[in-house]
Design a protein around this ligand. Structure first.
Ligand SMILES: Nc1ncnc2c1ncn2[C@@H]1O[C@H](COP(=O)(O)OP(=O)(O)OP(=O)(O)O)[C@@H](O)[C@H]1O
Ligand SMILES: [Mg+2]
Length: 95
């Protein structure tokens, strides 16, 4: 939910948010949330997942830290790919 809300915040009218799950038929299940927004600024990317980092007027900066803790508790890894064309967060769960 936090990743999807961030993705929706990042896109304008007519933007695209894609939620995808994938099993590689081996040991990894992935959940990814992609958007075609303007990407994460380098400053924010440096501290991604740290509490209280926000660029939003009414943001708490706690959404991503919660995601990282959830991933941690499930032994999952979070990958972030971002560019001016958009952002993808991928949770990688070991089966
Ligand atoms: N998909 C995204 N596209 C662009 N920037 C993003 C994206 N996801 C996160 N960010 C950046 O990372 C910052 C931290 O995100 P985080 O979810 O932790 O807090 P927030 O969204 O600002 O506030 P909230 O606590 O309401 O979630 C955001 O303020 C934004 O600058
Ligand atoms: Mg958020």
């Amino acid at each position: 939910l936090n990743l999807t809300r961030n993705a929706l915040d990042a896109v304008g009218t007519g933007g695209i948010v894609t939620i995808c799950t994938e099993w590689d038929r081996q040991n990894t299940v992935c959940l990814s949330i992609s958007d075609n927004g303007t990407g994460i600024s380098p400053d924010v990317l440096k501290t991604i997942g740290k509490p209280f980092v926000t660029t939003k007027e009414n943001g708490t900066g706690l959404g991503l830290p919660v995601c990282y803790r959830v991933a941690d508790r499930h032994g999952a890894k979070i990958n972030v790919e971002t560019s001016p064309q958009g952002t993808t967060f991928t949770f990688e769960f070991k089966v």
